[in-house]
Design a protein around this ligand. Structure first.
Ligand code: 4GO
Length: 252
């Protein structure tokens, strides 16, 4: 997959995109990440990328010409329908589903805004998709773009190790993952649950699902409304609710 990122601060990508899995993906040729400095597409001698807003108000707005010409350059040899994604708090909220959807694309282009944002005509002319990583405002679109690239690249076959599937992660099935353990068996008096030590894989799978369900029930009950649950899982949920009600009764 090839990803083009348009930004006024390409150096921000140096750390996150050159370590660990992202670097391995690039090293193995699975990810071709290309950073473009929007300032290189300015045409005046001061390399001006921003200007004051029409109608007044504070802050600066990114000029449309350099951004549009950077996008057009990135798209020059891209297949039709290549997503051109603007990072903005006004976009659709990013999720596991969107990560999987984007991982199916041959090419992606990310546009990272700064200051008060981009001239609206950039959106009208070249942006095909607007994505937000959550309901808060940041000083630029670079960190959101890195978050999305990380989440997308994990879904490219061959990026994660052979027996480590992105399909088993938290959120993959609409519920969270349960706890994980490694050696030692006992750490500061806390023992690894017996079921994990015994090696009955059917039992382990059921236990993990139950723990994940319990965690979802406690931390993200909103996810359960949309999750596809088996009858056994619905029964477990009812039990969690009973346990909690009994605990509350005992406390009274
Ligand atoms: C994206 C961009 C937040 C997000 C941004 C987000 N803040 N929640 N800031 O994904 C225009 C200039 C938007 C700064 C940018």
């Amino acid at each position: 997959m090839r990803i083009d990122v348009l930004t006024l601060f390409p150096a921000m990508f140096d750390g996150p995109m050159t370590e660990s899995m992202l670097w391995k993906a690039r090293d193995r040729g699975l990810l071709d990440l290309r950073l473009h400095d929007i300032r290189d597409f300015t045409t005046d001698k001061h390399r001006t990328a921003d200007d004051i807003p029409y109608g007044g108000g504070g802050g600066m707005i990114m000029k449309p010409e350099p951004v549009v010409s950077a996008v057009e350059t990135a798209l020059s040899d891209a297949p039709p329908n290549t997503p051109v994604i603007l990072m903005t708090p006004q976009g659709r909220v990013f999720s596991h589903q969107i990560a999987k959807e984007l991982a199916g694309c041959e090419r992606l282009v990310f546009v990272c805004g700064r200051y008060e944002g981009l001239d609206e005509r950039v959106r009208q002319l070249v942006i095909t998709d607007e994505i937000s990583i959550g309901d808060y405002v940041l000083t630029g679109g670079e960190l959101p773009a890195m978050v999305i690239i990380d989440a997308v690249v994990r879904h490219i076959p061959g990026v994660l190790g052979a027996c480590w599937a992105a399909d088993e992660d938290s959120h993959a099935e609409g519920i969270l993952e349960g706890p994980h353990y490694t050696r030692p068996t006992v750490f500061r008096g806390l023992e690894v649950p017996a079921v994990l030590q015994q090696g009955d894989h059917g039992k382990i799978q059921r236990w993990r699902r139950e723990q994940g369900l319990r965690r979802t029930w406690q931390n993200r009950p909103d996810l359960l409304l949309r999750a596809r649950l088996t009858d056994e899982e619905k029964y477990l949920l009812a039990q969690f609710a009973d346990d909690q009600a009994a605990g509350q009764t005992r406390a009274l």
